[in-house]
Design a protein around this ligand. Structure first.
Ligand code: RIB
Ligand code: CA
Length: 310
């Protein structure tokens, strides 16, 4: 089984990604690391531990807290999409009666990458603060990690950001961290809004889960998210940004990729957090990121729903 660490800022789609990763039974999840993002770190930690308990795997999957703020800028949260607690209030009745694990998330990533050199896939679906701290502390992390699958950015759909026109939330929340990671030498696949927005979980899809264990959670947790989509895009569905990133770890053929030089804007107020892809190699720089140029959304959605029905 593929060894993975999930780095999350549990919010709704992070929670769905964790459900999908565990229920696939195809990933050896060494641990989950939490980072400030959609909601503050403490809430991310609570949400992530509650999902782990909902899955009944709290005795074998630990959650490790990481950065409680970006490297330089002030924290930026996304309550509009994920609700005040990050999961639309859908986990309120799950008590967390087990101890926290006091290894700092970046240290856990380094430790596991060193222990499993060349075998570990890091799936980062929140701001990249933990990953940047880890590779700054231990630059060899870039060669120890087999691959890093990052949910973030937009490279072809210019102007269609979900925070400011040029930028996607995970990158915008800590562009300095993203810049460090993109220039670290890691084997990066960037699962950007260009493809994740094509993977929409609709009400019809949710109703397919009726009678299964996670139906109530999926339906309740996505209410705010779907309303946000209706208001912004006129679509009653939520984009499965983070689950698709897990999907790429399970089956890389869900997406088509090409490698280019990608950099991150950190100076401009107008375009802070923009992921800039040099498609024509004008800058003559070494390609550093595998970007996604296509997605087999129907096949992925069926896979996702199949595993959630288990
Ligand atoms: O832009 C979407 C990304 O930002 C997703 O990972 C979502 O969970 C938020 O972290
Ligand atoms: Ca996320």
């Amino acid at each position: 089984m593929k060894k993975v660490i999930l780095d999350v800022d549990t919010g709704v789609d992070d929670a769905l990604a964790i459900l999908y990763a565990v229920n696939s039974k195809q990933l050896d999840i060494l641990g989950i690391t939490a980072v400030s993002g959609n909601v503050p770190l403490e809430q991310v930690n609570i949400n992530t531990n509650r999902i782990v308990k909902l899955l009944g795997v709290e005795d074998r999957i630990n959650v490790y807290k990481g950065a409680d703020r970006p490297l330089l800028k002030q924290p930026y949260h996304e309550f509009r999409v994920h609700g005040n607690d990050g999961v639309g209030g859908a986990l309120d009745d799950i008590a967390i009666d087990f101890p926290e694990h006091d290894v700092f998330a970046p240290d856990f990533i380094i430790e596991q990458a060193k222990k499993h050199k060349g075998e570990l896939t890091l799936i980062a679906v929140g701001p990249l603060t933990n990953v940047a701290l880890a590779v700054r502390k231990e630059p060899r992390l870039a060669e120890w990690l087999k691959e890093v699958i990052i949910m973030g950015g937009l490279v072809q759909s210019a102007g269609r950001g979900n925070t400011i026109p040029t930028s996607e939330f995970n990158i915008y929340a800590d562009a300095e961290a993203a810049k460090i990671v993109f220039h670290s030498g890691m084997n990066i696949t960037l699962v950007s809004l260009d493809v994740t927005r094509q993977v929409l979980l609709t009400e019809e899809h949710i109703e397919e889960l009726k009678g299964t264990k996670y139906y109530d959670f999926v339906k309740q947790s996505t209410v705010d998210y779907r309303q946000f989509s209706i208001n912004l895009y006129g679509i009653n569905g939520c984009a499965l940004h983070d689950p698709l990133s897990v999907g790429v770890a399970l089956d890389p053929t869900f997406v088509q990729t090409e490698k280019y030089y990608v950099d991150v804007e950190t100076q401009s107020e107008l375009s802070y957090g923009q992921t800039i892809c040099d498609f024509r190699n004008i800058l003559k720089k070494e390609p550093n990121v595998n970007i996604c140029v296509g997605v087999d959304s129907e096949r992925f959605l069926q896979d996702f729903l199949e595993y959630l029905k288990r």
